[in-house]
Design a protein around this ligand. Sequence first.
Ligand code: ZN
Length: 371
Amino acid sequence: MTLALTGLLKTLFLEFFTEKRCKLRIKMVKKTGWKADWQVEAKEGGVYLPQVDFWMDPRKPQGRALVTHAHYDHLAAHGEVLASPGTAELLKVRVPKGTRIRKLEFGKPLSLGGGVRLTLLPAGHILGSAMALVERSAGGAKKKSRLLYTGDFKLRSGLSAERCQPVRADVLVMETTFGLPKYRMPLAEKVIGEILGFCRENLAQGRVPVLLGYALGKSQEIMRALAREKWPLLLHPSIQTMAGIYRCLGVELPEGRTLNATTGKKAEGHVVLCPPQAVRSKGLEKLGAKKTAMISGWALEKGAIYRYGCDAAFPLSDHADYDELWEMVRMVQPKQVRTLHGFAREFAMDLQEKGIEAWALAGDTQMVLPI
Ligand SMILES: [Zn+2]
């Protein structure tokens, strides 16, 4: 048995038994001659790299894990959290007291032991959000093999987050929330103009405009957009808390009063910011005449206003749209792509059709093999 054949069998074994891929996947490995340079597993809602025993964004507690950003769907009570300085500050109010948080500056490598290095790079999703560049020696080669995990990201520049800084890597593990061609975001400036128009029109007619956006990230983006109009703001307590941390981290945000039972009765003339789940809460009933608007990339969906139970919806997103997903692949120039979250299978298939080795990390992937 030749050395090359032994290597191929080893590759097939590792791929099949460690990642439980389907038969078609094996065909693809054969066809392209890909070697198992990186093992990547979708586990516990996050990503695990078994060769270097490293967790990224798991939703179940681990001894040590990277948390790419402070949204709740990436958190757990880990023994030690690795995070960017911005994320570390935001996490302090979101993780159990006493959690050990180790701050990693963007661009400064940390040794994970065994010749493995971790470097965080801005992801552009929300303030402090990070991509992870993991480098290791592979197969005795002098050159390090590089894996880039995007976490949640966007390439468009926002008003309240660092600009995304992609780098080249051999393997790209990317989020694909908006991995269908129908998800193409209009220019943010245009959408912001429409949001301001919605507020202006309702204020003029004596109605309270209520903007619904996630307490962390989206709300601060909206606050920055509203700053130019100088309307008085009423902020849900969760938004007020996060805005305070943003200011401490150097992001200028307009001040606003905290929305409560008292302020709610005197809301006329104010713009109100609430998280989406507040749309059906009794607290909003105290506002009197009002109009609600959801601020989310999912506003691109037909019927979004009915789904969210609001009066309007504006597509301002913290995630990469379909074109930005492609742009990320072009910038990173990976040998392989692995997709997760959202339309992971569909985007992996689109990449395959263009001759790029790609598959979804979780679940069976319908492979389209290049002919
Ligand atoms: Zn997120």
